[in-house]
Ligand binder design. Structure first.
Ligand code: PEP
Ligand code: MG
Length: 324
């Protein structure tokens, strides 16, 4: 099947009527990055850097990270690399770093909260990324941001990282800045945060967990509390509308984007970009290129009227079948 899909690899990623959607890849290491062009990815939309730490004996230092991010950029040959700073905490255990024992780790010191509490971990990573930006197109993305104060604090630390680089006479490049929208608070606070941002990416895995108060790792909840719940779809739609108004690029990097049947809904809601598991990228691309944008918009408008998860699922499956 993979072989049969390869004919789509170099086709433009646009609908029949020419509405373009950028298709990027989700990755967790360098070797995955070097293979994403093989499935037609136009770059990396989510590099989960904490995966670098999961089996590490020690935190890679600034120089080691600089080398790794630069190597990634060289293998991408000019395509964009979206680096998400370490998303430490919650279900992501990192043996080489100090972590508190928390009663509710998913609601605890994770993502940007950990980075702000541990500048000794955050600053070397930011310095490595700033230096790597001399070798290609880099977007920096913060996980688990829910209010503008966190962004203010993160940008202060970025200024500190730049000052240190200047002091040390190390060159660095320019970055674009974004956040993963993965809490309902982030959605509601977008108007205050968007003026500080170049892009946002919707993380539906956590957005679903935090909206529905349903642990993403609990298999007993997955079926009844899916991302295709009206509440989550509305939050995706609100996010996109805020971004359009502020003229900020809006992407989606949760698992939902890797399901080709959901593609018409996501495109119809108005996303600019999707970041997808490499194994699913060509399937999603096929779903994109065989329909018209106007039909996807009508499909999304129809789904917005549905109030039951089963009805949403049926509408999505029926639309997908029509296209096969
Ligand atoms: C998400 O939460 O949807 C996401 C993309 O990030 P992660 O799965 O790494 O938490
Ligand atoms: Mg997440």
């Amino acid at each position: 099947r993979r072989q049969a899909l390869m004919i789509y690899k170099d086709k433009p990623s646009q609908t029949l009527d020419g509405h373009k959607i950028t298709l990027l890849a989700n990755v967790g290491n360098l070797s995955e990055i070097s293979h994403t062009a093989e499935v037609g990815a136009q770059g990396i939309g989510l590099f989960r850097t904490e995966f670098l730490l999961m089996n590490a004996k020690a935190l890679p230092d600034e120089q080691q990270q600089y080398k790794l991010y630069s190597d990634a950029l060289h293998s991408l040959q000019g395509d964009v690399l979206t680096i998400r700073t370490f998303d430490i905490g919650a279900d992501k255990e990192i043996p080489c770093l100090p972590q508190n024992n928390e009663d509710n780790p998913a609601l605890g010191i994770r993502g940007i909260r950990y980075s702000l509490a541990h500048p000794e971990t955050f600053i070397p990573q930011v310095k490595a990324i700033l230096r790597a930006a001399n070798h290609g197109q880099v977007r920096l993305m913060f996980p688990m941001v829910s209010q503008v104060e966190e962004l203010d604090a993160a940008f202060l630390l970025i200024e500190r990282a730049k000052a240190e680089l200047i002091e040390q006479e190390k060159g660095f490049g320019t970055l674009s800045y974004g956040i993963v929208v993965e809490t309902p608070a982030a959605v509601m606070n977008l108007p205050s945060m968007l003026p500080l941002l170049d892009f946002v990416s919707i993380g539906t895995n956590d957005l679903t967990q935090y909206t529905l108060a349903a642990d993403r790792t609990n298999p007993h909840l997955a079926k009844q509390y899916p991302p295709l719940s009206p509440a989550v779809i509305q939050l995706i739609s609100i996010t996109i509308n805020h971004c359009k108004k502020a003229n900020v690029k809006v992407s989606l990097c949760g698992e939902l984007g890797s399901d080709p049947r959901v593609l018409p809904l996501l495109v119809g809601l108005g996303l600019d970009e999707l970041s997808i598991n490499p194994a699913n990228l060509l399937d999603v691309k096929v779903a994109l290129i065989k329909g018209h944008y106007a039909e996807y918009v009508r499909h999304a408008q129809h789904i917005a009227l549905l109030t039951r998860i089963t009805d949403i699922r049926s509408a999505i499956n029926a639309f997908a079948l029509d296209y096969n």
